[in-house]
Design a protein around this ligand. Sequence first.
Ligand SMILES: C[S@@+](CC[C@H](N)C(=O)[O-])C[C@H]1O[C@@H](n2cnc3c(N)ncnc32)[C@H](O)[C@@H]1O
Length: 240
Amino acid sequence: MRSVTIGSAILQEGDALELLRALAPGSMGGLLGDPPYSSGGAFRSDRAQPTSAKYQSSSDRGKYPEFQGDTRDQRSYLAWSTLWLAAARRAVKTGGIGGVFTDWRQLPITTDAFQAAGWVWRGIVVWDKTAAGRPQLGRYRNQAEYVVWGTNGARALKGPIVDGVFRHRVPMKKHHIAGKPVGLMSDLLAIIDGPVLDPFMGSAPIGLACLEAGLGYVGMEAEPAYFDIAFERMREAAAQ
Ligand SMILES: C[S@@+](CC[C@H](N)C(=O)[O-])C[C@H]1O[C@@H](n2cnc3c(N)ncnc32)[C@H](O)[C@@H]1O
């Protein structure tokens, strides 16, 4: 399992739960996590599909590596999320902010897990993906995803005021099947202290935003192909 340092960023390859448990208590400033939502289908047969079949049109299949951990049902997602969120909370300083991405289907489970892990739940930030989001005949467009956020215990009421809705298109050029925009991460990081903990790094948009903002970063990724992609993107960005 690889661990590499790029400037003030550390990239670790391996299972997040194991790696999180190895971090020193209170050593991280905050958490921003984009876990596999297991959200591709209502039925077991749907969830068990490869991630490319769940999240990509057939014309895009094979463009990106498959990613890990996206086959859980709701009950097992709740149990697993509680475990990793508890380990992440232990690693974040008192008063530090924690945020977890979710879609509408896993939103209730995610707020349950967040609180079960001991975080103080304080709200939901909306990521408005614009009208480029998935259209549905006779239904509302699935245009938003969410960040369940809160703090590790009490947090003083001071610092800048930031918006609670951010509008960013899904990147045209992606580096991950579920790739998110770096600009969205920069907006979210406005009030998160470093070092920032990112247990599900993927193609490292959170790491890139941390590099830009001069924040320390610890990113974790279980899938070697995505670890390689994250490493290359971070190395190139740091060299510029
Ligand atoms: C939703 S994706 C993150 C995408 C990322 N935000 C991006 O824009 O590229 C979740 C990532 O977590 C990784 N993953 C899944 N289970 C994991 C685990 N137990 N430990 C570490 N990484 C894991 C997957 O391989 C996947 O790359």
